[in-house]
Design a protein around this ligand. Structure first.
Ligand code: ZN
Length: 638
């Protein structure tokens, strides 16, 4: 077996040239391979699939590098170059999907006698061609080509406005009452005595949680809900219009139907039913817990009859502290960033039978980034990068990015976690997010031993993709697991009874949280089923119907709702995946989350196959039965 090597990444001075080699070089290779494919017209089925796979590997490599560098590189010129490379890659992919000559070669391939994996690949290739519109008339194909290009430009513009659209407030020190000491010492006032607080997570989330001055929280909420307004609204309108036309040209009722066709859920109508089903199941619990928040707020504001986003996080924290004896300011003393990162690696390594070996000599795009080789036994099976702190111009949320997809005997899977955590003490919620994102990363690496790149790593149905990540969150809530790494500055381990109270406190609000998620899901679905003229009005109406918290006047949440780009009409994915995650988690021994037997079965049956089988079948194989709603419903009712 050949020993595979990870990529060598460029230093700052060489990055622009590297983008040219890695993105445009691989694109050129794909172009040559396509020309060869057309010239040779392979009729042997496996030969044709291998030739096709080569094209997909080259294109995938180019796109992966472009997306990582566009979202993470500290140099704006590199980010722009990466965005532009992505436009060329995307244009080529669109052309490929609409190329009649190559389609003819592929349709002539006789799939009889292929092994199941290869037969699935052939079926997927034909399905992709059909969905890209190759079998339409010349004029339609021409328009589809233009639409794809315009859609990408709009997506990139939307992402860039969010990425570069951080806002801030400037407040007096006394208006920051309640903020933790370490946060205050990291936020010194300027010469005029004012403290600048940005909308970036490490600034704004603690403020929304701890600041006892209502007007400060409201000012920050206003900024947070107006990120990328008004530019984002205009570009979003454009994007929605393009997607609607695209779906309609291909004969679908809406973009949502087009998008859902290749997912577990099937069509837009089924998404709407799912949203209503979850909303109904969560209604009782949502109203009950909201009443607790309003009652508590009334102690401070006697005339209060409701509560909105400016006070929600703060009063949730107050209730957690007063009713559940969980003080997040105390809790966070157990979560120093370095210990958490190390602990995460040890926990997941032990669980999945992997070793993460720090690579000290790798060239990286920023000093905050760390690299690790992933070992299974003695064999290196991948490399991961952790880019976990915020900086200007960097992606603002938390996500796993693919730097290379694994292909058996050919290239190692490489993945990047891009997050925005503070460097000091972490909120427990950040620890949960870290475990979540790491779940994607493990899926990418463990699922990266594939013959066909089409099925590598997280290449499952897109509405299953959040199940492994949401399931791994459970490990960040377990006292025995946390005890292995969560200790304060004096070395005291987090007490199990505190973790128990944290879990109970976290359960508070799960109903209204589910309703908020269904508001997001309904918005993402609704505006992709029929495009409204006024998106802010759509937010207002959808929020009123699904969320139990009211819309705040003069805010435009849609402009920074980045998932409208990546997930388009499919935000329901999170809840759909959560239902499956809860079911998969029921197979583990909750008293011993380190049990290697279940964990390795899960690794081999659910993660390792990547997209080579339907997610529903992988889950059924692991559980020994089809997945159901029961575990989720029981959790919601608890
Ligand atoms: Zn996720």
């Amino acid at each position: 077996m050949t020993k595979l090597e990870p990529q060598n990444l460029p230093d700052a001075a060489a990055t622009l040239a590297w983008i040219a080699t890695r993105c445009d070089g691989e694109l050129e290779r794909a172009r040559d391979l396509v020309a060869g494919f057309k010239a040779q017209r392979p009729t042997d089925s496996l030969e044709a699939l291998h030739a096709w796979n080569d094209i997909e590997v080259a294109l995938g490599n180019a796109a992966a590098a472009a997306s990582v560098y566009a979202e993470t590189n500290p140099d704006g010129a590199v980010r722009d170059a990466a965005d532009q490379a992505m436009q060329r890659i995307d244009a080529f992919s669109t052309d490929l999907g609409l190329d009649r000559d190559i389609y003819e070669v592929v349709t002539a391939v006789d799939g009889t006698g292929l092994d199941p994996d290869s037969s699935r690949l052939l079926e997927r290739i034909l399905r992709d061609f059909h969905r890209s519109g190759v079998d339409r008339d010349e004029q339609t194909r021409e328009r589809l080509r233009d639409l794809a290009q315009a859609e990408l430009l709009a997506s990139q513009e939307f992402a860039k406005f969010i990425r570069e659209g951080a806002r801030s407030i400037r407040v007096r020190r006394e208006d920051l009452a309640g903020m933790p000491d370490d946060w205050m010492s990291a936020h010194e006032p300027d010469q005029g005595g004012l403290v600048t607080v940005t909308t970036d997570y490490p600034d704004s989330i603690p403020l929304m949680t701890y600041c006892s001055v209502a007007s400060t929280r409201r000012a920050m909420t206003h900024e947070r809900l107006n990120i990328a307004w008004p530019q984002g609204d205009e570009v979003l309108q454009r994007l929605l219009g393009l997607r609607a036309e695209h779906a309609s040209l291909l004969g679908y009722d809406s973009w949502a139907d087009y998008d859902a066709e290749v997912k577990m859920i099937g069509d837009g109508g089924a998404i709407a039913e799912f949203i209503d089903q979850i909303s109904a199941a969560a209604a009782g619990s949502a109203q009950r817990d909201k009443a607790v928040l309003v009652a508590r707020r009334r102690q401070d504001v006697p005339e209060a009859t409701d509560i909105d986003a400016a006070d929600l996080t703060y009063y949730s924290e107050v209730v957690r502290k007063e009713d559940y004896a969980v003080d997040a300011q105390l809790t966070r003393t157990f979560f120093a960033f370095e210990k958490v990162r190390q602990g995460l690696l040890e926990v997941t390594g032990r669980l999945f039978g992997l070793t993460w070996r720090r690579v000290d000599d790798a060239t990286l795009w920023h000093g905050d980034v760390t690299a690790y080789d992933v070992l299974q036994g003695d064999e290196r099976i991948g490399r991961i990068y952790l880019d976990l702190h915020p900086r200007e111009g960097k992606y603002k949320h938390a996500a796993q990015f693919v730097l290379a997809s694994g292909v058996r005997g050919r290239q190692l899977p490489e993945g990047v976690l891009v997050c925005n955590f503070s460097k000091g003490l972490m909120e427990h919620g950040e620890v949960v997010t870290l475990f979540h994102e790491f779940g994607h990363l493990i899926h990418h690496v463990v699922g990266g031993d594939q013959q066909w790149v089409r099925f590598s790593g997280v290449a499952t149905e897109w509405d299953f993709v959040e199940a492994p990540s949401q399931m791994l969150e459970e490990w960040a809530w377990d006292a025995d697991i946390l005890a292995t790494f969560a200790s304060d500055a004096d070395g005291h381990t987090i007490p199990p009874d505190l973790v128990d109270r944290m879990r109970k406190a976290d359960d508070f609000g799960k109903g209204f949280h589910a309703r908020t998620q269904m508001f997001y899901a309904a918005l993402s679905l609704g505006i992709h089923r029929s495009k409204p003229d006024d998106l802010t009005q759509a937010v207002r109406e959808t929020q009123q119907k699904y969320s139990v918290f009211p819309y705040i006047e003069d805010t435009h949440f849609q402009c920074a709702f980045g998932h409208l780009d990546g997930y388009s009409s499919g935000y329901y994915t999170y809840m759909w995946s959560l239902v499956i995650a809860k079911d998969m988690f029921s197979a583990f021994d909750h008293a011993n989350l380190f049990d290697p037997e279940v964990a390795s079965r899960y690794r081999d049956k659910v993660l390792a196959p990547g997209g080579s089988d339907d997610a529903a079948d992988l889950v059924a194989d692991f559980l020994g039965r089809p997945y159901t709603f029961d575990a989720y419903a029981a959790w919601l009712a608890e």
